[in-house]
Design a protein around this ligand. Structure first.
Ligand code: CO
Ligand code: CO
Length: 323
């Protein structure tokens, strides 16, 4: 769809724009500061309005972190059926969002609401970064290792939640993963110095990894058994509990991905799972990976793991092997 838009004229200060398929736009203000801008909002993924607010805000803030930046200001975007739902519900959603904005060290500066049949919520976020420290999709280098900071399986589990199948513990675990900010992960990678980064959301691990591989002109290998996955997701995917978006993702990535023989459809669906507020996928030089993992684990990013490697200069193909 973006191809239908008239091209924005060349602007030397636009460091990352529409055509880069990146997480956020980046615009240079001067030699020391660039603005990072992003917006995201979606319908509820869980029943509890406070949790939903936290998750939607954490997800919106994530694209700032995926560029390596620091969020400064946020604005609420609200669609809400005031006739059909109590305003209390909206208050809880906004409280969840406000708490995440505060945790991120940003400030809420405004927002806009419209009447709508189904609630939707999210943020427009502005952050800053040094122009030389922008972590674009295109930064992955041959020989780098790939680190993922949150487990996969969220899309499958939220589908189980919507179907009334998930236990209270499974819901609590999924909410805590989605509501966790990528702030600690972003600070850890900037401290160590990495090559590139993106966050894992609606296109799934394989979709976002293949965007990164193509933008960087490299090939990648992903080791299935090293990818952290929320345990209940395996059971649900075997029962056929899979979001439509996950199946669409898998179909779409087939053209870029070679699965080793013996990988089941369930394995492939988990790697393609369309998730909300997933972790960062970081491309890091091999001699820095130990420091990065230590730094991540010390900050409480406990699931962070090496899940693959960048191969050679290439056209963006991804090989998935067992281990
Ligand atoms: Co993103
Ligand atoms: Co995004």
């Amino acid at each position: 769809m973006l191809r239908l838009l008239p091209p924005s004229g060349p602007d030397p200060n636009l460091l990352v724009g529409l055509d880069a398929c990146d997480d956020a736009g980046v615009y240079k203000i001067n030699d020391n500061i660039a603005l990072i801008q992003t917006v995201d909002f979606f319908p509820p993924v869980v029943d509890d309005p406070y949790s939903y607010g936290q998750i939607a805000a954490a997800n919106s803030l994530s694209d700032i972190y995926a560029m390596g930046g620091r969020p400064l200001t946020a604005m609420n975007i609200i669609c809400f059926p005031t006739e059909r739902l109590e305003l209390e519900v909206l208050a809880e959603i906004l409280k969840g969002g406000a708490d995440k904005i505060r945790e991120a060290g940003a400030v809420l500066v405004g927002g806009h609401s419209v009447e709508d049949n189904e609630p939707k919520y999210g943020l427009s976020v502005t952050g800053i970064i040094h122009p030389d420290k922008v972590l674009a999709n295109a930064g992955a280098k041959p020989g780098d290792l790939l680190v993922l900071t949150k487990p996969l399986g969220i899309g499958i589990i939220t589908t189980a939640i919507k179907g009334g199948l998930a236990s209270p513990q499974e819901i609590a675990e999924a909410v805590s993963v989605m509501a966790a900010l990528n702030k600690d992960a972003a600070e850890a990678m900037q401290e160590v110095g990495v090559s590139g980064c993106t966050d894992i959301t609606g296109f799934g691990l394989l979709g976002h990894a293949s965007e990164m591989a193509r933008a960087s002109n490299v090939t990648m290998t992903i080791f299935l058994t090293r990818v952290p996955v929320l345990r209940p997701a395996r059971g649900y995917v075997n029962m056929g509990i899979v979001p439509a978006g996950t199946r669409t993702n898998l179909k779409y990535v087939q053209q870029f991905v070679d699965f080793a023989p013996g990988l089941t459809e369930s394995d492939q669906l988990i790697l393609a799972d369309a998730i909300t507020s997933g972790g960062l996928l970081i491309s890091v030089p091999e001699d820095r990976v130990d420091r990065l993992l230590e730094n991540l684990h010390a900050r409480g990013v406990k699931d962070a793991a090496v899940i693959g490697e960048v191969g050679r200069i290439g056209s963006g193909r991804i090989a998935v092997v067992k281990d």
